[in-house]
Design a protein around this ligand. Structure first.
Ligand SMILES: [Fe+2]
Ligand SMILES: [Fe+2]
Length: 375
């Protein structure tokens, strides 16, 4: 039932209070009412522990010739498939790709800060002690991601660039919302799903070994955060009223749109084009002209495409129904997606990373992500 505050709770593990209501946390009956749903994810954290400040795990002093080499395969920069690419010589293309990577990793860093702050806010809202321990644990993992990406950006460029308006507004809305469903659908499913797709792409197409290694280490944690969103969906979506389900479905589409049309859009990062001596308004027009639906759809067919992961997450969770299926079908082959198994795109990369960390941490091994997926 939707409460007065707008929360939609179908499983007691997600019972929520107002963020300012600390007194209800001291209710003596609360402490013993702890869900075991997240215990396996919480205990697994020691197995995949890593420390961005310890060279045993990652060494940020590895150099890279930013002005001479592409940080990632240029085939992954959409700008180069538009008229913008025709205006640049080889050196200009290297600069464009590497500035785009600077932009992407800055966006990821701001996203990690959003995930950190949002997980911490869940500790003030979720009433269940087991759910709180999960959220506190995720907060700790997001904090090392903030450290890791800060160190990478520092090593390559000195400092991050400002967040784009679309992502900045979305993250602010999610962090400040008192609604558990908005936080979980927005961050755990959409933003984290997008991040998994982005990390998989950087892992696959990155040409900087330090970047590739960092992405894999972060993925060993993110795969579990994604599972947390999935557990919520499994325990919530089937029990929603029609009105509640439609509210969540419509909101997911709204967020998807913001992410799809803004993340790669030149108007979110006009400083890059000015640096290259190009007119940002002209670049925006060239980009829009190239991004016809047909082109976008072709790009989406790539297995590692970041938006494909996102749509798969929503589809498998039951958030996309026939009401909005057509909206997404304009970009992605939904039938093909539906027929695929439950494995997510980054799971193999994450599992390989977890096995490596288990060895490094002196653990026992024999680990699969699916073994912690369900209670
Ligand atoms: Fe993260
Ligand atoms: Fe995360």
């Amino acid at each position: 039932m939707a409460s007065e505050t707008g929360n939609i709770t179908k499983d007691p593990a997600y019972n929520a209070v107002d963020p300012s209501d600390f007194p209800s946390m001291m209710d003596v009956n609360r402490y013993g009412a702890r869900t075991t749903a997240f215990d396996k994810i919480i205990s697994a954290t020691h197995d995949h522990f890593w420390d961005p400040l310890d060279k045993k795990y990652i060494d940020f002093s590895q150099p890279f010739a930013l002005d001479k080499e592409y940080l990632m395969d240029p085939s992954q920069t959409p700008d180069l498939k538009t008229a913008i690419g025709d205006k640049l010589d080889e050196r200009g293309k290297i600069r464009l790709v590497n500035m785009n990577v600077h932009w992407s990793f800055s966006s990821i860093l701001h996203g990690e800060q959003g995930a950190l702050s949002l997980s911490a806010s869940l500790c003030h809202i979720l009433r269940d002690p087991g759910a709180q321990e999960y959220a506190a644990n995720q907060t700790r993992e997001e904090a090392r991601h903030v450290t890791g990406f800060s160190r990478y950006i520092q090593a390559r460029w000195g400092k991050p660039v400002a967040v784009g308006p679309a992502l900045g507004n979305l993250l602010t809305e999610l962090v400040l919302s008192p609604l558990v469903w908005k936080k979980l659908v927005g961050m755990q499913m959409l933003v984290e799903g997008l991040a998994m797709g982005a990390f998989a792409t950087f892992y696959k197409f990155g040409r900087d070994p330090l970047m590739v290694q960092l992405c894999q280490l972060v993925m060993t944690d993110e795969a579990f955060h994604h599972k947390f969103g999935k557990i919520w969906a499994d325990r919530t979506i089937p029990h929603l009223s029609k009105e509640e389900a439609e509210k969540i479905e419509d909101w997911a589409w709204e967020v998807f749109n913001v992410l799809l049309f803004n993340l790669a859009s030149p108007d979110q990062k006009s400083w890059i084009y000015r640096e290259l001596g190009l007119d940002p308004a002209w670049c925006q027009a060239a980009f829009l002209e190239a991004m016809t639906d047909v082109n976008i759809r072709k790009e989406m067919q790539e297995a590692s495409n970041i938006f494909r992961v996102l749509v798969k997450t929503l589809l498998k969770a039951g958030i996309i129904t026939d009401r909005t299926r057509g909206n997404y079908a304009a970009f992605i082959d939904m039938a093909e997606l539906h027929a695929e198994g439950d494995r997510m795109i980054g799971d193999d990369i994450a599992e390989e990373g977890i096995r490596y960390l288990q060895q490094l941490n002196g653990g026992k091994g024999a680990f699969t992500l699916s073994s912690v997926a369900a209670e």
